[in-house]
Design a protein around this ligand. Sequence first.
Ligand SMILES: [Zn+2]
Length: 134
Amino acid sequence: MADSLETLERQRAEILRQMQQLGDMRRGSVVEQYLRCGKSPCCCKRPGHPGHGPYFALTCKVAGKTKTRQLRAGPVLEKVRREVHAFHRFRELSERLIQINEEICEHRRVEEQVEKKTSWPRSGRRSNRKSKAS
Ligand SMILES: [Zn+2]
């Protein structure tokens, strides 16, 4: 047995606590863009020129469609970056939360089997166990 049920439950509580502290979040990612303008002649038409920029945009795939919103560098961009970062962090945490929950599920099943074999009094053992609400 790698971790005790108690340890796993503590880890789960910790993840949930971190999730609560994430703050505002939004899907998508902030991308840097370099664009070619319509002016001619312009330096951006020269070969090897990366284009004007960087410009920033929030791209987000919703129902198969990619939405793009231009962002101005500055406080708005920083805010959106934080929100997007919070979402990525949320995804990481929820992935970990699922893993830990599955481990907890495995541990519980083993305990139940042991319980049946040794026929402990059910009432005593049940009440010792922490419920998920705690
Ligand atoms: Zn140009």
